[in-house]
Design a protein around this ligand. Structure first.
Ligand code: AMP
Ligand code: MG
Length: 483
């Protein structure tokens, strides 16, 4: 088998999914195959790039060993519960076990209508395919747990959005696609048998040690809380805004999933939002920790019947598990920003300095990535002129620098600073440029961006333009789900 499928989710009860073959497209063309990832997944990259492989990546043929399904799930969207969402434009082909022994889903996104499509067409425009490829691979290279990009293809078909656009299919790799919303789907139906099956499956697949705990389902909550509490500080430390942290977009594996309207900030502001549909700034940069905790609370609620038949007793222990989030998040947040700033000590002075730094950065609209990047340079002995030039108020920059030199130890912390302050991130305007070129059938900017972001901490003069903040004319302030 060119893709060594070893499927398990498709063996779960029939109500977990709808059997669904992808719908063929007119004229598939390959944009890119992630050859390194293919190898790790024991998939033959040459075959993926062949016409046979292309047909599988486009959904025109079903690969040997695949058991294509559309998964059932529910979810809170912007706080409102929707009991039935499901894979409306995605088909899970199956799973593979990677070289490292880990199990991964292989999913086609944009593969045509499914039982859960409602009024949607089951398709994806090319733009979101390119965005997810660029950003998810960049996140991986930045060291953040994330789903991955195996391939992107064009379909030769148009999809109707605000206007007609070229269509694409994205091949997503994930530790699994089990979401908080998957648990909510069965909880809403009070289907405790399914909940138990799903919880047992999740424990076995993601958190096997929880099986040995006194109460495995409580241990599952604890593990998922820990994974999210470790993930969100990494987003914050990179200026990443997910944009649509609905419970259906919250993976229990702790991987970042669903790169719809996500973006990296240019100028820092804690209330920064890009998504055109996030009218109340629910998913702003600085709200992400509290939203994660809100999502985890919805997750814990679904497991109460499995934890203890006595509901009050179940709530009590679940609340204790949820209560571990703030401290664990704070520890991760402190570690992330201490590294960024070169602060040697995990003490109250460092905490206060991080807070005041972000206030000063916000007030001066300091470019988040460049600001920290230039600090690393200052730590390496360069002068501060470029850093100061990032501030709207030069005097404020000088005052802040004097404080920083007093509390930070950039020389001794330089290694940590270099590893925490990337040189290149997927700047929103560059992602947008790559997408616009893609719609003109020019994938050179896309490939260049993907290549540049594969090593975000390495100096590369040939990619210097990608480090820069957008000019006023280039700035992109709004992103769209584009579904
Ligand atoms: P998302 O915003 O990607 O998290 O999607 C939310 C829900 O809408 C999921 O159930 C998707 O499967 C569904 N959906 C999004 N786009 C489409 C589409 N083009 N066709 C059908 N369903 C869709
Ligand atoms: Mg989603």
């Amino acid at each position: 088998m060119p893709i060594p499928f070893d499927n398990s989710y498709a063996n779960l009860p029939a109500r977990f999914y709808a059997v669904q073959t992808p719908t063929p497209v007119r004229e598939p063309k390959l944009i890119r195959v992630n050859r390194t990832l293919a190898k790790q997944l024991r998939i033959d990259a040459d075959w993926l790039e062949s016409s046979e492989g292309l047909n599988v990546l486009a959904g025109n043929t079903v690969a040997e060993g695949a058991a294509p399904i559309a998964q059932a799930y529910a979810g809170h969207q912007f706080g409102n519960f929707v009991p039935q969402l499901g894979d409306g434009r995605a088909v899970l082909l199956g799973e593979v076990v990677a070289e490292n022994g880990k199990r991964f889903d292989v999913q086609l996104k944009g593969a045509g209508p499914t039982a859960w499509s409602r009024r949607g067409d089951g398709r994806s425009a090319l733009g979101p395919v390119l965005r997810e490829y660029i950003v998810s691979e960049a996140m991986h290279a930045l060291g953040v747990p994330t789903t991955r990009a195996l391939a992107a293809v064009t379909t030769g078909e148009q999809v109707r959005r605000e206007e007609m656009q070229a269509g694409g299919v994205f091949t997503r790799i994930a530790s699994s696609h089990i979401r908080v919303g998957t648990f909510q789907y069965f909880a809403a139906q009070e289907d405790n048998d399914a909940l138990r099956t799903l919880a047992d499956y999740t424990i076995q697949r993601h958190y096997p040690t929880a099986a040995d705990a006194e109460n495995p389902y409580l241990a599952l909550i604890e593990a998922v809380v820990a994974a999210q509490a470790d993930l969100i500080p990494q987003w914050l430390g990179l200026g990443f805004i997910h944009g649509v942290m609905n419970t259906d977009n919250c993976a229990v594996s702790g991987e970042t999933i669903d790169y719809g309207p996500c973006a990296f900030m240019d100028g820092f502001h804690p209330q920064c939002v890009f998504s055109s549909i996030d009218r109340n700034a629910r998913y702003a940069w600085g709200n992400q920790p509290s939203i994660a905790q809100w999502n985890l609370t919805r997750f814990a609620e679904t497991l109460l019947p499995l934890i203890n038949a006595d509901k009050d007793a179940a709530i009590k222990v679940a609340e204790a598990a949820l209560g571990t989030f703030p401290d664990r998040f704070q520890a991760g947040y402190l570690a992330a920003f201490r590294a960024k700033l070169g602060l040697a000590k995990a003490n109250d002075e460092s905490k206060a300095f991080i807070k005041s730094t972000l206030e000063v950065f916000a007030k001066n609209e300091v470019d988040f990535t460049l600001g920290f990047r230039h600090l690393t340079r200052i730590g390496s002995g360069e002068d501060a002129a470029e850093f100061v030039s990032l501030f709207t108020d030069e005097a404020a920059a000088q005052t802040w620098l004097a404080d920083w030199r007093r509390v930070a130890a950039p020389e001794s912390q330089l290694t940590a600073m270099l590893a925490a302050n990337p040189i290149r991130i997927p700047r929103n305007h560059r992602v947008e440029q790559a997408i616009q070129a893609g719609y003109q059938n020019d994938f050179v900017p896309f490939h260049r961006l993907v290549d540049a972001l594969a090593h975000p901490f390495a100096e590369a003069a040939k990619f210097a333009d990608l480090e820069q903040a957008p000019t006023t004319a280039e700035r992109v302030t709004e992103t769209f789900c584009g579904t």
